[in-house]
Design a protein around this ligand. Structure first.
Ligand SMILES: Nc1ncnc2c1ncn2[C@@H]1O[C@H](COP(=O)(O)OP(=O)(O)OP(=O)(O)O)[C@@H](O)[C@H]1O
Ligand SMILES: [Mg+2]
Length: 263
């Protein structure tokens, strides 16, 4: 029943992200066929669904990497539909990728510093006192983030020497360095060992307390469900079910979608 939707739980005003009837077509294929979702501020909202159901396309349209063929994307109530990716990024919407691509020869700390939007500009002021202060501030900010993520001991390690899970933490660190308000993650724990996966998800949970919101696509339901507030289920470009994480798998529609996908 509609009374149990996340929109109602969180009230529309507290919505970090909303899509309204979002559409994306690849020729005759309806990759997004009228998708409406709501990510409450400070929540972790999960999108699941079989392979090819449109999850990554949803992320690509929301973040401006693909243009929408219809519908709207609202961030903090502002219409960001079809804005260029860098504008959406500057507004505080940061995505992480299934295969993180840090600059591999740079150290962990350097990867954080170059993620900060102001850093490049400030190189022009590199001989001024102002710059020195700014650099000190940025290094402190980066170390605070590394400490929070529990990878401060790796600050001087080249990114290419990190494990898959550590790379995911570095991606989260880069997003925090940019003061992200909404972090969108495509399969953040794919291929990551269970212990480190739980560690990553606990960190995300802590970050929600400061009002950061998460939209996550993930297949590892055995691990992730305990950490999320609301789940949307996609199939064939549509949302076919939604609900709380402890109830969603009991929904017959969800069972049908997954069994159908295997057949
Ligand atoms: N650039 C593209 N051009 C044409 N078709 C595409 C393109 N990107 C995705 N598709 C198609 O759109 C549909 C949705 O793909 P999408 O990648 O969004 O699925 P997904 O839910 O992320 O799947 P997975 O769980 O395997 O990552 C699929 O049928 C896919 O083949
Ligand atoms: Mg995908």
């Amino acid at each position: 029943m509609s009374g149990s939707s996340q929109q109602t739980l969180s009230s529309g005003a507290a919505s970090a992200l909303a899509t309204k009837n979002l559409r994306k077509y690849f020729g005759g294929l309806r990759a997004l066929d009228g998708v409406s979702i709501d990510v409450a501020r400070g929540s972790i909202t999960l999108v699941i669904g079989p392979n090819g159901s449109g999850k990554t396309t949803l992320i690509n349209v929301v973040t401006g990497f693909l243009s929408a063929d219809g519908g709207k994307v609202l961030f903090d109530g502002r219409d960001i539909t079809n804005k260029p990716p860098h504008e959406i990024f500057q507004m505080g919407v940061v995505r992480t990728f299934q295969n993180p691509h840090p600059l591999k020869k740079l150290a962990v700390l350097e990867n954080l510093l170059i993620a900060e939007p102001g850093y490049g500009e400030s190189v022009l002021q590199s001989f001024t006192r102002k710059w020195v202060k700014k650099e000190e501030e940025l290094v402190k900010k980066a170390f605070d983030i590394l400490n929070f993520l529990g990878i401060e001991h790796l600050w001087d390690e080249q990114a290419m020497n990190l494990s898959g899970g550590q790379l995911r933490l570095l991606e989260i660190g880069r997003a925090l360095m940019c003061d992200a308000r909404l972090i969108i993650m495509d399969e953040p724990i794919a291929g990551v060992a269970p212990a480190l996966s739980h560690n990553i998800l606990r960190k995300l949970r802590e970050l929600t307390k400061s009002g950061i919101s998460f939209l996550i696509v993930e297949h590892r339901l055995d691990i992730i469900l305990d950490y999320v507030d609301w789940v949307y289920v996609m199939a064939n470009g549509r949302i076919v079910a939604e609900g709380k994480s402890d109830e969603i798998l009991k929904n017959p529609k969800v069972v049908e979608v997954y069994l159908g996908a295997q057949g």
